[in-house]
Design a protein. Structure first.
Length: 95
């Protein structure tokens, strides 16, 4: 089973090969969010960093394809995990 580090390295490589594909940063962000959930109790700072990295990837995906609902929905979920209900509601309104 690949580790989070391996998974993110694979996605970084894939994004470098296909930088205009919004699905790749979205899936990379999904992996980071999953990793953040696993880290939350043991390492809250590390979990917050993963969410910040995921947020940047999702914003990249939305820049590539502004109508990409999957990235907007995942970003709303990420904002909820960060405790930012206002931003989460804003993203759901954009769907």
């Amino acid at each position: 089973m690949p580790t989070l580090l391996t998974t993110t390295q694979i996605y970084k490589r894939a994004i470098a090969l296909d930088p205009f594909n919004p699905q790749l940063p979205t899936q990379a962000a999904r992996a980071l969010m999953s990793g953040a959930l696993q880290l939350a109790e043991a390492n809250p700072t590390g979990a917050a960093e993963k969410l910040t990295q995921g947020e940047a990837l999702l914003e990249d995906a939305i820049r590539l394809k502004p109508d990409y609902a999957a990235a907007r929905f995942l970003l709303a979920q990420l904002y909820l995990r960060q405790g930012n209900l206002t931003k989460a509601l804003e993203k759901t309104d954009e769907l």
